[in-house]
Ligand binder design. Structure first.
Ligand code: NAI
Length: 242
């Protein structure tokens, strides 16, 4: 059985990814920071569909917190190793650059970028030893084209894409692939409050995407069928930007 860790798996895109990977036969480790009830709901949905999963709360932006949780998990599962890592946890703190506080900048960098780095550094070693692994980073259209009001978020997601391409070249010879998925507007809590009626006029598909449409690509990248895809960024944006 493959063990898959999905950060920010309590809701939205992360929940859909957890469900997809469980449906593919993985044992899913559902990470979240707060929102215990939502994470439990993800777990229950997986179990109701006949899959297996467990909760592993920690703040991805806090390396000590992450290490404590993973040390505990490893001591309870001494023979297991995590072969699929999905860096999905993310936040946004949108405002124009001139109004952006240090806190807005650092919070977004710490969660969206540094959290992925801490997990990659910790988990890639074991993947290298086992000569198998999948790392999938959830980036954004904002990291590809930039977005006004998202200096912090666009910078974090663009950096994530650079890190994806770099790591792919470091570990490709060990049968590990590292790819990014760049969603456009997806209907989740993160996009609630946006002017959907106006924004969807910009999208050739004429609608926001569904979390399951992102999860489908993640599932493919995590599968054996995607063994020859490495260092790629796959957009899931209804044609918004290519
Ligand atoms: P969401 O706000 O619904 O869910 C975010 C998840 O991240 C939650 O489970 C939350 O608990 C978790 N999280 C936040 N901070 C955390 C931390 N410090 N440690 C651990 N977990 C933490 O967001 P959504 O829409 O599901 O987004 C998921 C990912 O997709 C994010 O990385 C986001 O940037 C990205 N994305 C989303 C788009 C959208 O339109 N919804 C578009 C492009 C990218």
């Amino acid at each position: 059985m493959k063990y898959a860790l999905v950060t920010g798996g309590s809701r939205g895109i992360g929940r859909a990814i957890c469900l997809k990977l469980a449906q593919m036969g993985c044992h899913v480790i559902i990470n979240y920071n707060s929102g215990h009830d939502a994470a439990k709901e993800t777990l229950q949905q997986i179990e109701a569909a006949g899959g297996t999963a467990e909760l592993l709360p920690f703040n991805v932006a806090n390396e000590e917190h992450m290490n404590e949780a993973l040390d505990r998990w490893q001591s309870q599962n001494p023979d297991a190793y995590i072969s699929i890592l999905v860096n999905n946890a993310g936040i946004r703190r949108d405002t124009l650059a001139v109004f952006m506080s240090d806190e807005d900048w650092h919070d977004v960098m710490n969660t969206n970028l540094n959290g992925a780095f801490y997990l990659i550094r910790r988990l890639v070693k074991n993947m290298m030893t086992h000569r198998a692994g999948r790392i999938i980073n959830i980036a954004s259209v904002s990291g590809l084209k930039g977005q006004p009001g998202q200096l912090n978020y666009s910078a974090a997601k663009a950096a994530m894409i650079g890190a994806t391409k770099s790591l792919a070249q470091e570990v490709g010879s060990r049968k590990i692939t590292v790819n990014a998925v760049a969603p456009g507007f997806i209907a989740t809590d993160m996009t609630e409050g946006l002017d959907e009626a106006n924004l969807k006029k910009l999208i050739p598909a004429g609608r926001f995407g569904k979390p399951e449409e992102v999860a489908a690509v993640v599932g493919f990248l995590a599968s054996d069928d995607a063994a020859y895809i490495n260092g790629e960024v796959i957009s899931v944006n209804g044609g918004l930007y290519s």
